[in-house]
Ligand binder design. Structure first.
Ligand code: PRX
Length: 681
């Protein structure tokens, strides 16, 4: 408990510091032109979705979908807090994202795929083409791999259309997909394979990043070997080819285990697979995310509730119309990509852009050229990308002839200065901006403005979404009233359809981590007793707008994505020389935060640059490059309390060059000066 509290302090201190620098900003109205065309300009939506009308209000979202069997009960709370939405209903996500659009829109582009190499042509996949490819892939998964509804399959795919095609093929069969971010290591993929009990791994031979064709297949070999050590046998590795017919991987294909998808698919030419009507509450996918302990948790998302929620929010918050060209620059390996590149937009028959590579390849103008060429008018990205684009090419947007009617920011707090650049330079003062606050667990947006109904306020996400009722509690469970300027733990008072159903295979952890703290009665089946703890600190202004200050647990938000400090620490401890490891978040101009790693060594080992490098490499190997520490500091000893706990708060202050506070109560106060010299000189 003491340690938990200490870690909470670390992040609270640094996040709060960011927040203090920010003043409450004035509001900006969206243009009349935007309001006139918006999908949702009816103010009564907030009344319709008031707590009094909960949960029936969500029928409106469910009715955006086609049901094989209409549901009979909107919300079943009998197993609270594992809530079941649209009970009794049967539905197929693949049908809703593909088949149902064919009658009127088969010729419409579903996915515009932009390869990273400039000389490779953009591929425009129509809904008809998507239908064909999804069916053939579903046939392969069913007949060649023997997969059926309820089985789990791990995907470790980069950003090419093969990824959404594979997801939708799984969904067609009711197979639960678990996509692992392509940048994660083979070991990280293995951990997720083991936890989900997958016997099939779907990967790709190679993909482009920064102009280089990177080998990816090798990670699958590692994943198979590592999963086997944990007793999980991967029977088949399916390998998509970046260039069909040509193998671009560095490691040999293993006979009887590895298969080229493109080759196998030939056997299923023309096969059509009937979409399986799945119970509304059947799991659709798992998405692993970092939490307060070392082990990533598999957030389990359901079919009917999730799809209804992402379809509704894509329509009303993203404001996607049939004629729009919508580009979300996230990676589908994260929840943003699942909800707002694939399921939400395709459910409402949008044309969704997928870009393979990095925003600055080959130069700082790339994004704006893509926008100009495809006539993108809705753009969606994270503050980390906005900061980077602002740094490398502040004048680039003005050189291109594109027009955004709408822009989104997601994933981390955006500094008002950065917001203003986004609004003025990228959006050319014409776009309505939504700052969407949500999480892997929540499936879709929690707080955001509805763009035609509420003004924008730089740095604030906005009020709760329709049907989402945020509340801020202090540590004692008292409500912190809006407008007091006081921060607290932001919770959601009610369940909603997009919310995850549980942590895969660990209901206890689900209850403990997200509900226990403010649950009034653990036996209750009344949803009112189960406020959802988001783990973020926030302030609510008197107008109900929420400003998110950051995490209150030991999770670092790097480039808009969560990394568990314990995950990184345990990766460092894989190196035999390392005795102790402590990770702290450091402010970074572009990424928002970066991990700084402190280690002490076992007796008999010496601090060298090679060793620091080895530790850093171990982290990249175990987790992936996203977790690479800014710096590995090999220290003679960690600052510790008298009871022997590492004082991460002190290390955090040193890394951020802020006040370390009173350290005289430590067991070894002298070490603080030593480390400060080492880090700050
Ligand atoms: O701290 C919040 C921050 O990102 C966390 C969720 O991370 P993840 O599950 O990886 O999902 C990222 C994409 C939704 C949150 O707990 N966060 C997310 N969006 C915002 C944000 N912080 C401030 N403003 C946001 N718009």
């Amino acid at each position: 408990m003491a340690e938990e509290r200490e870690e909470r302090e670390v992040v609270e201190t640094s996040e709060a510091q960011i927040a203090v620098h920010w003043q409450e900003e004035g509001v900006i109205m969206p243009s009349v032109k935007f309001i006139a065309q918006a999908n949702m300009a009816d103010e009564t939506i907030y009344d319709r979705f008031s707590l009094d009308n909960f949960p029936n209000c969500f029928k409106e979202y469910a009715d955006l979908l086609d049901w094989d069997e209409y549901w009979t009960e909107i919300l079943d709370t009998s197993d609270a807090p594992c809530f079941k939405w649209f009970k009794g209903g049967k539905i197929n996500a693949s049908y809703n994202c593909v088949d149902r659009h064919l009658a009127k829109n088969k010729n419409k582009t579903a996915i515009h795929f932009v390869p990273e190499l400039v000389e490779e042509k953009t591929e425009h996949i129509t809904y008809q083409e998507l239908y064909v490819r999804v069916n053939e892939m579903a046939a392969l998964l069913q007949d060649f791999c023997g997969l059926k509804a309820g089985d789990r399959v791990t995907l470790h795919l980069p950003m090419t259309p093969d990824l959404p095609i594979t997801m939708l093929a799984c969904a067609r069969l009711g197979v639960i997909h678990s996509q692992v971010f392509g940048g994660f290591s083979g070991k990280a993929a293995a951990d997720r394979v083991v936890d989900s009990g997958s016997t099939v791994l779907i990967t790709m031979d190679a993909y482009y990043r920064g102009g280089k064709l990177l080998d990816h297949k090798e990670k699958a070999d590692t994943a198979v070997a590592e999963a086997a050590k944990e007793g999980q046998k991967i029977e088949k590795v399916l390998v998509w080819q970046r260039y069909p017919g040509k193998y671009s991987g560095d490691t040999p294909m293993v006979d009887g285990r590895d298969y080229f998808v493109n080759e196998e698919l030939k056997k299923y030419y023309g096969v059509r697979i009937a979409p399986v009507p799945m119970p509304a509450e059947a799991p659709l996918f798992l998405m692993y995310t970092s939490g307060t302990t070392g082990k990533p948790k598999g957030c389990q998302h359901g079919t009917g509730g999730y799809l209804a929620y992402v379809a509704g929010t894509s329509k009303y918050v993203q404001d996607i119309h049939p004629e729009d060209v919508y580009w979300c620059m996230a990676d589908i390996g994260w929840i943003t990509g699942h909800s707002y590149i694939v399921y939400g937009p395709l459910a409402i028959c949008a044309s969704s852009v997928m870009y393979e590579g990095i925003p600055n390849y080959p130069d700082a103008g790339r994004c704006w050229r893509i926008a100009q060429d495809l006539d993108v008018n809705i753009f969606h990205t994270a503050p980390t990308a906005i900061r980077a684009l602002r740094k490398i090419g502040p004048d680039e947007p003005a050189k291109y002839n594109y027009y955004f009617k709408h822009m989104t920011t997601v994933g981390e707090p955006i500094e008002p200065e950065v917001w203003k650049w986004y609004y003025e330079v990228v959006g050319k003062k014409k776009a309505a901006i939504v700052d969407t606050w949500w999480q892997t667990e929540t499936g879709g947006f929690l707080c955001s403005t509805l763009p035609a109904l509420k003004p924008m306020k730089p740095g604030s996400a906005g009020p709760g979404m329709p049907g989402i009722h945020p509340i801020i509690f202090d540590d004692e469970g008292n409500e912190v009233p809006a407008g007091t300027g006081k921060a607290g733990n932001i919770c959601i008072q009610n369940p909603w359809p997009g919310m995850f159903q549980t942590i895969w295979g660990d209901r206890d952890r689900f209850v403990r981590q997200y509900f226990e703290r403010y649950c009034k009665d653990p036996k209750s089946t009344d949803w009112r007793d189960w406020p959802y703890l988001t783990g973020d600190a926030a302030v609510m202004a008197s107008d109900g707008y929420v400003r998110i200050l950051g995490r209150i647990d030991d999770v670092i938000n790097v480039s808009g994505h969560r990394l568990g400090t314990k995950e990184i620490e345990s990766a460092a401890l894989v190196v035999p020389e390392v005795a102790e490891a402590a990770v702290v978040p450091v402010r970074h101009e572009i990424k928002g935060k970066e991990p700084d790693l402190y280690v002490s060594l076992r007796p008999g080992f010496e601090a060298t640059d090679e060793l620091a490098k080895k530790i850093s490499q171990a982290i990249v190997r175990e987790i992936g490059a996203i977790a690479r520490p800014r710096k590995v500091w090999i220290v003679p000893d960690m600052p510790k309390t008298r009871s022997g706990k590492i004082m991460r708060r002190v290390l955090g202050a040193i890394s951020n060059k802020s006040d370390v506070g009173d350290v005289m109560t430590l067991a070894n106060p002298e070490i603080v000066e030593h480390i400060t010299k080492m880090v700050q000189d």
